[in-house]
Design a protein around this ligand. Structure first.
Ligand SMILES: Cc1cc2nc3c(=O)[nH]c(=O)nc-3n(C[C@H](O)[C@H](O)[C@H](O)COP(=O)(O)OP(=O)(O)OC[C@H]3O[C@@H](n4cnc5c(N)ncnc54)[C@H](O)[C@@H]3O)c2cc1C
Length: 440
């Protein structure tokens, strides 16, 4: 049996950050990670002749937590290409123009949709600070867009833009989620968009994750999928699928929301927590890397919201090839191994591309993720968030999916990991103080 002060389940950015904080405070900390690697829903791996990010990628200075971590370890941002061409479709018509034209077309509808972002979220990192959000948290993004009564072309473009952001369908997507993103970018949808897909981490997400781990005194056990957690007044007992048993005084559950119910927790977590995990969130789409022949223009392309891949952008231009990154709202609609299918999909969006190779990871079929980035459904914010953040006994949930600010991003994972570490350290100190009083 292995005994720790704190057990952390999951070595994504939330778990790694919490582990660093607690172990550097002198607490014996053990991380149990199901995979054979760290970093969770970020994964830098060699494909198509270069290191590609299969999961989380982009960061921005509007994201205080990840930016501070990069600064702490001397890791710089690198910028993506400056786009010179855009393709988009409205109705049955294909358009080609400068990316500024596409941004101009998206401007008025986004301004209208997001006009109240600062009103509802005056303090974006305190997302429940304005009680008026209860009046709008049941509104779907579809309804909010319909309410604008836009001309058909604008409506179609706006829907596709937000389908991209949600990495999923808009029918249950929360309007408040869109407002939160925009509020975190100080009310500017352009800054919000820049935040999402412009600057990457030099050396990749793996470099930052490894830097956090190297700065920690925690023990990391890979390939230790947790099957059950039992908590009582004395502590927690954790069992892995292979039968290893671990005990601790406190536990941080830093697994994706969509996988929370896969672990048998006794006594059960509250019904609200379990229901939120069952419902999960809208981020269930695809991310695909595609290498095409020749040096292409630095383009972005936006297709209809129901296209298997509704957004494509050039990411790398080499001597004889160009590598594109593509997103679509339904993971099952994109076979990340089927090059011929990728060719057919791209033919509908951009003329004249010849697909050579593709690469990607189906995060929705991945049993330790079951989703991509968290984009919440209606009601989540006002009915589930505070409860998910509330510790139950010695168990505290952490992760980007329940973050206050940039939830759904690497930044949110780090924010949540820091918060979990702080509150767990307080608990441990209180326990130490009460046992000292008892001894006296
Ligand atoms: C395709 C894609 C694109 C994205 N793009 C961006 C982006 O550009 N910018 C950005 O900031 N964010 C992006 N994100 C989101 C970002 O990657 C995540 O929000 C963030 O990495 C989540 O960190 P986390 O620590 O909360 O959870 P995770 O990274 O999911 O970590 C949870 C860990 O728990 C482990 N685990 C699960 N079950 C168990 C178990 N039973 N026992 C033990 N371990 C378990 C998992 O293996 C995993 O390592 C993207 C995500 C995806 C998938």
């Amino acid at each position: 049996m292995d005994n720790s002060d704190v057990l952390i389940i999951g070595a994504g950015f939330a778990g790694l950050t919490a582990a660093r904080e607690l172990s550097r405070h002198g607490y014996k900390t053990t991380i149990l990670e199901a995979r054979d690697r760290i970093a969770g829903r970020t994964h830098l791996e060699e494909h198509l002749g270069r290191n590609l990010e299969l999961g989380g990628t982009w960061v921005h200075w509007t994201q205080p937590y990840v930016w501070a971590e990069m600064g702490r370890y001397g890791i710089h941002p690198v910028s993506g290409p400056d786009f010179t061409q855009a393709y988009w479709s409205t109705g049955n018509q294909q358009h080609t123009g400068h990316p500024d034209e596409l941004m101009d077309l998206l401007d008025a509808p986004n301004q209208a949709l997001l006009a109240d972002s600062r009103k509802y979220f005056p303090l974006p990192w305190s997302p429940l600070s304005n009680p008026e959000i209860t009046n709008i948290d049941g509104v779907t993004l579809s309804e909010a867009i319909d309410h604008l009564d836009l001309p058909a072309d604008q409506r179609q473009l706006l829907r596709s833009f937000w389908t991209l952001n949600f990495n999923g369908a808009l029918d249950q997507a929360a309007y408040t989620q869109a407002l939160r993103w925009c509020a975190a970018a100080s009310g500017s949808w352009q800054l919000m968009f820049e935040t999402c897909a412009t600057f990457k981490i030099e050396g990749g997400t793996r470099r930052l994750a490894e830097a956090i781990l190297a700065d920690s005194n925690a023990e990391l056990l890979l390939e230790h999928p947790v099957a059950s957690i039992h908590r009582d007044a004395d502590g927690v007992v954790v069992r892995t699928i292979s039968g290893h048993r671990f005990t601790a005084r406190q536990l941080i559950l830093a697994v994706p929301l969509s996988t929370l119910n896969d672990i048998d927790i006794q006594p059960e977590l509250s019904a609200t927590k379990r229901e939120a995990a069952t419902r999960s969130h809208a981020g269930r789409g695809a991310k695909l890397w595609v290498k095409v022949k020749g040096q292409q223009e630095r383009f972005v392309a936006m297709g209809p919201e129901d296209a298997p891949l509704n957004f494509v952008q050039v990411e790398y231009i080499d001597a004889n090839t160009t590598t594109l990154v593509c997103f679509g709202p339904v993971a099952a609609a994109v076979d990340v191994t089927d090059t011929a299918a990728a060719q057919r999909i791209l033919d509908e969006l951009v003329p004249g591309l010849e697909v050579l190779e593709i690469a990607g990871h189906n995060w929705v079929d991945d049993k330790y993720a079951r989703s991509t980035w968290s984009m919440h459904y209606t009601g989540y914010l006002t009915e589930s968030l505070a409860e998910l953040q509330r510790p139950e006994g010695r168990i505290r949930i952490a992760g980007s999916d329940i973050a206050n600010g940039w939830g759904g991003f690497i930044d949110g994972a780090i924010e949540s990991g820091l918060d979990a570490a702080r509150t767990v350290a307080e608990q441990l100190e209180n326990q130490l103080r009460s046992s000292a009083v008892l001894t006296v």
